[in-house]
Design a protein around this ligand. Structure first.
Ligand code: KIV
Ligand code: ZN
Length: 505
């Protein structure tokens, strides 16, 4: 059976989408998770874009051992040099270079004649190959390009040494039959195509990214580019979890396999959502909260009689075991570690101890600790960064006929500080007091609160998004008390702001 290679671009195309930016620490965490998931390639970024992007590609390249690491570059020498410099320590580096080939992009964006585009593509692939044994070439907006011109470009870059040809549906314009036909025609009309990988990269503007990807694979594409949760430019990219579960579930029809360890899909999806602060819609295929929920009585009846009546794949196959309550305040570290392992988390000793301390605090406040609580705890640990500010304590007074007041005590830069402030409600008062403690203010762009599980004693998870001077950061806080979760989230976001400033020098 043919193995379809999975090229993950969560850290590049995904990270490019509004509200999905990640800091270095977070990118490394995502790369590690992608390795566990078993993707074949990790596109770690676009090295030339900024010193921060360069550093992220470099660090991911040095960290990842079991997947190829890719850096995007325009078809320009300086971009290719920067990608190579960032990638050169990788076990398996790939320079990915692109140029647009559609009439509209060539005329209005590049302001170049088709012949010049062709020559530049060929020259830059040759140059990239002189540095790196693996070079992917993408014809941006391929699906809206003149097919004959596209074939010439592909033929030229294959002769120049490209090892993979990528066909992006950059603006998500194609229909599945049409995109499948394009792939078939490329296979039939481009000399040398059988020597290289044929990749597709579909955007989701019409909700067809996964359908187009599967149509392309059926027509002969050997590689699928995708992102976790389908994040990406505008309406996003094809979702990795949907492509790979379609291939796994409908092997009878499609006849392909991937190297993905599907049991790591759920954890990967949660990690991306925790890091970006972008929730997964409940009815999202494969990883949404309702993907395995059966509400209608007739469905529940069927499921009880035989799961296969309404379940085409099992929750276990994506790493989502039944949400059971197994732990409480008397549970020891061993049971805690064991349950984390069963949920697919293998963490080092230090993180385990820190997560266990948090678990004990939680178990003191909440009788039963469920899997969802555990996942939320571990995710907090996974995305921790160095803390310049630490919360000591707070007192808040609030009511419907009074002005809310907050007193916050914290350690800031090694010094104890304490400030009081009023506000429009307890959360606003607390945020004002935090800002007085540090002598800086931020714009609150977004504030999201949700409960981790059901029940009155559920943990609340708060995500705040702050901005200041063009920088945007997000923070996350978890507590059975939503005011405390809000305070923690605000402080987390400020710590991330300081961290980002330090990383950018
Ligand atoms: O959507 C697109 O065309 C891209 C290319 C750079 C591969 O992201
Ligand atoms: Zn794209």
């Amino acid at each position: 059976m043919t193995t379809i290679k999975i090229f993950d671009t969560t850290l590049r195309d995904g990270e490019q989408s509004p509200g999905c930016s990640m800091n270095l620490q977070e990118k490394i965490e995502v790369a590690r998770q992608l390795e566990k998931l078993g993707v074949d390639m990790i596109e770690a970024g676009f090295a030339i874009v900024s010193p921060g992007d360069f550093q992220s590609v470099k660090t991911v390249a040095q960290t990842v051992k079991n997947a190829s690491v890719v850096s995007l570059s325009r078809a320009l020498k300086k971009d290719i040099d920067s990608s190579y410099e960032a990638l050169k320590d990788a076990v398996s580096p790939i320079i990915h270079t692109f140029i647009a080939t559609s009439p509209i992009h060539m005329e209005y964006k590049l302001k170049m004649k088709p012949e010049d585009v062709l020559n530049q593509a060929v020259d830059m692939v040759k140059y990239a190959r002189s540095l790196c044994p693996n070079v992917e070439f993408s014809a941006e907006d391929a699906s809206r390009s003149e097919p004959e011109f596209l074939y010439r470009v592909f033929e030229g870059v294959i002769k120049a040494g490209a090892t993979c040809i990528n066909v992006p549906d950059t603006v998500g314009y194609s229909m599945p039959d049409e995109f499948g036909a394009l792939i078939k025609n490329i296979k039939e009309n481009v000399r040398g195509i059988e020597k290289v990988d044929l990749s597709v990269h579909c955007h989701n503007d019409l909700g067809l990214a996964v359908a187009n990807t599967l149509a392309a694979v059926r027509a002969g594409a050997t590689q699928a580019e995708c992102t976790i949760n389908g994040i990406g430019e505008r309406a996003g990219n094809a979702a990795l979890e949907e492509i790979t579960m379609a291939i796994a579930t409908r092997q009878d029809f499609l006849g392909f396999v991937t190297n993905i360890n599907t049991k790591q899909i759920y954890n990967s999806s949660r990690l991306i959502s925790a890091i970006t602060g972008v929730p997964v819609q409940p009815n999202k295929a494969v990883v949404g909260a309702n993907a395995f929920a059966h509400e209608a009585g007739i469905h529940q009846h069927g499921i009880m009689a035989n799961k296969k009546t309404y379940e085409i794949m099992t929750p276990e196959s994506i790493g989502l075991p039944q949400n059971v309550i197994v732990l409480g305040k008397h549970s020891g570290k061993h049971a805690f570690e064991q349950r984390l392992k069963e949920l697919g988390y293998v963490i080092d000793e230090q993180r385990l101890s820190e997560s266990f301390d948090r678990f004990k605090e939680l178990a003191d406040r909440k009788k039963d600790v469920s899997d969802l609580d555990l996942r939320a705890l571990v995710e907090m640990e996974q995305i921790e960064i160095p803390e310049d500010i630490e919360l000591d304590s707070f007192v808040i007074n609030s009511g419907n006929k009074m002005t809310s007041t907050a007193v916050i005590k914290m350690v800031y830069d090694g010094n104890r500080v304490e400030e009081a402030a009023t506000g429009d409600g307890p959360v606003d008062a607390a945020f004002n007091a935090i800002e007085r403690c540090i002598g800086e203010s931020f714009v609150l762009e977004d504030y999201i609160v949700r409960s981790v599980t059901g029940g009155k004693d559920a943990q609340g998870e708060v995500v705040v998004k702050l901005s200041k001077g063009g920088k945007k950061v997000k923070g996350r806080g978890l507590s059975t008390d939503i005011v405390e979760a809000s305070v923690k989230a605000y402080i987390d976001a400020i710590n991330r702001y300081y961290y980002q400033k330090k990383m950018e020098g």
